[in-house]
Write a protein that binds this ligand. Structure first.
Ligand SMILES: *Cc1c(COP(=O)(O)O)cnc(C)c1O
Length: 436
């Protein structure tokens, strides 16, 4: 498919009067010509800033680097650029210099949960593996803002090997999530090597890649890349569309290649004030995602990273959006709305309430239309008492002891085999008194 519209053509010719469509569609050309300064941005897009703002913007860039691929920049509408969702996500804003109370450099404590550099091991059975420190476009709303792009360095193979060794040493890791930065900033041969190492580990059942390339540099999804990735099924790919405007012809083409390659596709959206904090925008976005074979996976509440306060919405906005989706549209077009717990507690799903009341024999529910209904509980139910030993149970599953992970949290309180009756915060004064 040939896609080269007037805006793209104009932008390409300002980069070099001899630029051709094959330059434009070459991801390495796009990377080489990535916009990194305000001057370059103004020159290529024709968007100019007053002197005072320009100097403030420059201090913003000293703290958080700028990178916009020509391809993504071509989506900005010049006439109304200040409200443009692509501009807002990619171009610096002087508000980034404001650091509010409770905002943190590492809001999710990814470093505290990092046993070796590059690995975040937060959940029992899966890890986040930061395999690149750079992106083709730096999202202004990035949660890893202080780290990503800082030194423009791609972790060397030595560091990657340490991460691989860690995964190999922990048999409970069955799911490895490659993240960054953007893992697809690595070359095809580096990706090939990395995936061959990780998938050779017997206990790794699935690998996932989190990448924004289909949105910000769709030409990165080449046939050659697909051929490399195909060798390592099952491979799940998650991308990051935030606004329906980003679903361009070339983005669709990238998604088509990935879906035809056989990779299950998911999308993670961040809820952003002034970009997509509107039920209609999100609904349109999820519809265009499923039309392109992408399953909306998460809708994230914006993290408490430094300098993101102008992007944050109240949680109520997210709940209002979920209310507008659940029941109103295709079930698999509805993402899970999550708040990533500050301090490293992981993702916490948040939803409108659907259970209104409860008795021993009835549950009272309400649906998306406001209809209130009752569900009759079964008269008889024989619970399978679970002592944790599958041999004593009539259900046909035989969990090996080695497969078992100790139950924690509310799951533990619910379990038959556990005799603890409450979860008590550390240093609870009342309990400390008892100890004395
Ligand atoms: C999001 C995340 C994961 C993956 O979580 P899923 O809910 O399984 O998608 C794993 N590790 C860390 C540190 C994460 O932030």
């Amino acid at each position: 498919m040939v896609i080269f519209n007037d805006t793209q053509q104009a932008l390409a010719s300002r980069i070099n009067s001899k630029s051709t469509i094959s330059n434009w569609q070459d991801w390495k050309w796009q990377l080489k010509n990535t916009i990194r300064t305000i001057g370059q941005f103004s020159k290529l897009t024709g968007i100019k800033f007053p002197d005072e703002e320009r100097s403030q913007l420059k201090s913003t860039l000293d703290k958080f680097p700028l990178a916009i691929t020509p391809s993504y920049a071509s989506l900005i509408s010049k006439e109304n650029f200040r409200n443009d969702p692509v501009f807002r996500q990619s171009f610096a804003n002087v508000n980034e210099l404001i650091v509010r109370n409770n905002e943190l450099e590492d809001p999710l404590s990814e470093e505290k949960d990092s046993p070796v550099e590059g690995i975040t091991h937060r959940y029992p059975d899966r890890v986040l593996f930061h395999v690149s420190n750079i992106c083709s476009m730096y999202c202004r709303h990035c949660t890893r803002k202080r780290k990503v792009g800082d030194i423009d360095f791609i972790p060397g193979s030595e560091q990657l090997i340490k991460g691989i060794e860690y995964i190999r040493s922990k048999p409970q890791i069955r799911d490895v999530l490659l993240s960054g930065g953007d893992p697809l900033m690595l070359s095809d041969s580096q990706i090939d090597w990395l995936l061959s190492e990780i998938t050779a580990i017997p206990h790794v059942e699935i690998v996932r890649i989190g990448t924004r390339m289909p949105v910000v540099l769709p030409y990165r999804i080449t046939d050659e890349l697909i051929a490399v990735l195909k060798k390592y099924q099952p491979l799940w790919i998650n991308t990051h569309f935030n606004h329906p405007r980003e679903m361009t012809a070339s983005a669709k083409e990238a998604l088509r290649k990935l879906a035809d390659g056989g990779f299950p596709l998911g999308n993670q959206t961040v809820l952003l004030a002034g970009v997509n904090d509107c039920p209609r925008i999100i609904k349109k976005l999820v519809h265009s995602l499923v039309q392109n074979r992408v399953r909306p996976y998460y809708l994230y509440q914006c993290d408490l990273s430094e300098g993101l306060s102008h992007f944050r919405t109240p949680v109520g906005k997210g709940i209002e959006i979920m209310e507008s989706l659940i029941g109103h549209t295709t079930g698999f077009a509805v993402p899970t709305y999550v708040i990533d717990a500050p301090g490293g507690g992981g993702k916490i799903p948040v939803m409108p309430n659907y259970i209104i009341s409860w008795s021993t024999h009835k549950v009272i529910l309400r649906n998306y239309e406001g209809v209130i209904t009752s569900y009759q509980e079964p008269d008889r139910y024989e619970n399978n008492f679970c002592n944790g030993n599958c041999e004593d149970c009539s259900l046909e599953l035989n969990v090996q002891e080695s497969d078992e992970i100790e139950s924690i949290g509310i799951e533990k309180l619910l379990s038959d085999a556990n005799d603890s009756i409450s979860l008590i915060p550390e240093n609870n004064e009342r309990y400390n008194r008892r100890e004395e």
